[in-house]
Design a protein around this ligand. Structure first.
Ligand SMILES: Cc1cc2nc3c(=O)[nH]c(=O)nc-3n(C[C@H](O)[C@H](O)[C@H](O)COP(=O)(O)OP(=O)(O)OC[C@H]3O[C@@H](n4cnc5c(N)ncnc54)[C@H](O)[C@@H]3O)c2cc1C
Ligand code: FES
Length: 279
């Protein structure tokens, strides 16, 4: 937050203003800080995360997946995974939550200017990419080609269907959608994301690839990118590690000598190769 509390663990009170059912187990929450002055001054960079709390239950980490160029609300998308996420899924519009944000680093969007940008996302992994995609679309002339490859198990598991429709309709975005197996009415590709990536074979020249998704998808996506001659410096990803303090104090999220909450969650593949256990 631009103005920090003296107690960094104290969340800001916020109101859920809209709940969107994305898939059978993912909901997006649009939230507004209760203090209008703090909401007005709130600033974050694309890729930063927040600790969202349900009172009496606990806190969990989610990327702020709305872009800083659209500050009417902050959006978090939550996949039902355990206690906090299940409690979040029970919330209705108008209810109160706690937010500690922004935390962590962000995508190096300034050094990406003028480049061809390739997004490769799977499932809820489109969430961190969404903030950067929307940010870049709001600053479209700063970037060259924008290609988005997005996949999910079935068409029902695709998040952000409204965004997908809008991106598909744009002439300055190339969107490729894929699902794992045939589904009635599906007109996109069929096949796993890394295989479709090899098939569409984007050029690595003057390009940066940003990928996020389940670990198995990331693993094969990195291999595919390497075959396509993307170097480790041209590949960015975000890491998930169980967090507690979110501010580099508790030591819960360390990998090697780095803390995901402070040094991440955004890392280049070159940085990750120094901490091989994470690959
Ligand atoms: C940087 C970052 C960004 C993230 N962004 C998002 C996002 O945008 N959207 C999103 O949905 N998620 C995101 N996550 C993941 C999200 O934070 C976790 O899924 C969430 O914390 C789970 O919270 P929970 O309390 O509901 O789950 P928990 O109750 O903690 O359970 C989660 C899962 O872990 C299992 N589990 C719990 N405790 C243990 C244990 N001791 N041993 C073994 N298994 C256990 C549970 O059975 C369950 O399957 C992000 C994480 C990070 C670090
Ligand atoms: S969550 Fe405490 S050090 Fe990262």
């Amino acid at each position: 937050m631009t103005e920090h509390h003296s107690n960094p663990y104290l969340p800001e009170l916020a109101t859920v203003t809209r709940v969107i059912e994305e898939t059978p187990n993912i909901k997006s929450f649009q939230v507004v800080l209760n203090d209008p002055a703090k909401m007005k001054k709130f600033f974050f960079e694309p890729g930063q995360v927040g600790q969202v709390s349900v009172f009496g239950v606990g806190e969990s980490t989610f990327v702020i997946n709305s872009p800083p160029t659209r500050m009417d609300f902050l959006q978090f998308s939550v996949m039902k995974a355990g206690e906090v996420t299940a409690a979040l899924h029970e919330l209705a519009e108008g209810e109160q939550i706690g937010v500690r944000a922004p935390l962590g680093n962000w995508f190096p969007y300034k050094s990406m200017k003028g480049k061809n940008i390739l997004f490769v996302g799977g499932g809820i992994g489109l969430a961190p990419l969404r903030t950067l995609i929307l940010f870049m679309l709001d600053n479209r002339s700063d970037y060259a080609d924008i290609t988005i490859l997005y996949g999910a198990r079935t068409s029902l598991d695709l998040c952000y269907k409204q965004d997908l429709k809008e991106w598909a309709a744009r002439s300055d975005v190339k969107l490729i959608q894929t699902i794992d197996a045939e589904y009635p009415g599906w007109t996109g590709k069929i096949g796993m994301v890394p295989n479709v990536l090899k098939e569409i074979a984007p050029s690595a020249e003057n390009a940066v690839a940003v990928t996020c998704g389940p670990p198995i998808m990331i693993k094969f996506t990195l291999q595919a990118l390497s075959q396509l001659k993307f170097t480790d410096d041209q590949i960015l990803t975000t890491l998930e590690k169980r967090m507690k303090c979110g501010i580099g104090i508790c030591g819960r999220c360390n990998i090697g000598d780095k803390y995901v909450c402070k040094d991440g969650p955004v890392f280049s593949l070159a940085q990750l190769k120094d901490i091989p256990s994470e690959l």
